[in-house]
Ligand binder design. Sequence first.
Ligand code: ADP
Ligand code: MG
Length: 609
Amino acid sequence: MSDIIQLLPDHVANQIAAGEVVQRPSSVVKELLENAIDAQATEVKLLIKDAGKTLVQVIDNGLGMSETDARLAFERHATSKIKTAEDLFDLQTKGFRGEALASIVAIAHVEIKTKQESQELGTHIKLEGSKVISQNLIATPTGTSIAVKHLFYNIPARRNFLKSNTIEARHIIDEFQRVALAHPSISFSLYHNDGELFNLKKGNLKQRIIAIFGTKTNEKLVPIGEETDIIEIHGFIGKPNFAKKKRGEQFFFVNGRFIKHPYFHHAILNAYEGLLAHGYHPTYFLYLNVPTNTLDINIHPTKTEVKFENEQALYAILRSTVKHSLGQYNVAPMLDFNKDATMDVPYHFKDKPSSTPRVSVDPTFNPFETQKYASSIDKKSTTQNWDSLYVNVENDALAIQNMEVEAQVVTKELFEENQFNTTAKTFQIHKKHILSVIKSGVVIINQNLAHQRILYEEFLTKITVEDALSQQLLFPIKLSFSLAEVTLIKDIKTDLESAGFRFDAINNENVIIDGIPTLVKEGQITAIFEELLDAIKHEVPESSFSQLDIIAKSLANSLAIKNGTKLNSQEQERILEQLFSCKEPNHSPYGKNTFVTFSLDEIELKFNN
Ligand code: ADP
Ligand code: MG
């Protein structure tokens, strides 16, 4: 018998470890920024080329490294930050594993220039795939500059796995923002392909939030603060009436570190209960400080998950602190759904009960909803929406190819003449599903998902095949965004134009729109852009990415008739017809089933047990 186990050579081990730490360019950004902060820098500059695929460089004015340290820094488990296992329980720094730089050099070309205050000349080292290529003395300012080029150059599979520049840049901006929000007293700047994206001067927390998310953020936030033996909380929370339809600006920082914490997130939602319309998400920037020995951040190398001692107590404190702030700043009484209907409040109030029902049934089943909350604006936009759905449907011949409709017979036999419209081939169930009888049994269609599919294909054709028609706006609409969002919009401007949008100007925080696609109504623009930006930010890895596709999906998603909307029989039939004239009627643009069928046999079985 021969022995077969071997120790992996270091460079192989490093490449494997790198997979854990470096998933994409933004992971490099995070590690380098955190190292700069650990080195007590007061000014940090991030330079990016091609969304980090070509270059990620961080320049800091921190402590710098000695020559020996600069060499050692790229070895695995080389760290100046902890010495013993006990130190793990009293962490004052972001890094502690000593594996980031070792991982990065294993899969990239790296160049470092570093100098300590006391040194005359600094150290200049070039490495490629963990190998030192050259080392010299160099005249360089105090601090450290690390440039990471050609990430994944030796792992083509990983390189190919990277997303479009728009998406990778988005990830980088996210990391940058998290670090910048955690450290308002440090100045940060970010340049992408030589263009300046952020230039954040040092300041207080509120100034930092505003510098990142735009001046409009100012009026939307209220301060929050609490101090107990086990936790100190400060930061800002969003007024409920500015809540967004999409989860966006929600940040927890613990001891200066961005974390995700679903349990604490739940505490916040709980505090907002009754103040937020259904489906809306609060904004929060919450800074928690706990004694270092009650926090375990050793869970995952990318370190956004942490564990607290006393999670339940912290949950309760968080919840009551948020509640208190909402009450103290008199936020609740300001809640007025009819205020400002044009800009900030999306167009369909009627999907928004004023408080989340506690029962565990689908809230859209509430039969009183429409009378109670429908406003005239909603009515109008819904009908307009419907009108537009009927444009272009001259093709009745295409309808429901394999489906023979037999509903008439059934209704006549089972029900009184005028209890149902006896000519109807369809029924709406709970303002959500459309039921129709087909030869083999019944089909049940989800009205929202089906309409998404219909609109999606319509938009895709409009965008890609024909020249999408645009309607000129009499009064251009001005929308405010954060700088990062404006950058995203600039990136996809051409695609938006082929979808029918016309831009008068796109500058710092504003986008002025003077033309919109013909299918779209003015009042829907805010919701559409919110949806679109969210889709781009959260593009899911498995779906094939194309910007046009995302635009079509977002338009479809925001314009599709909502569940909870009553449809007359003609409208129901249109949905049915149009759905089954689609190329892929079975699924919504996001891959959900648009309908289900029950065969007669299946139904029969239910009676035979
Ligand atoms: P960790 O941050 O977990 O210690 P890293 O691999 O990120 O591990 O860094 C290794 C070491 O290199 C750090 O402990 C630190 O001593 C040194 N180092 C890295 N980046 C910098 C920097 N920007 N300025 C000064 N020292 C740095
Ligand atoms: Mg580090």
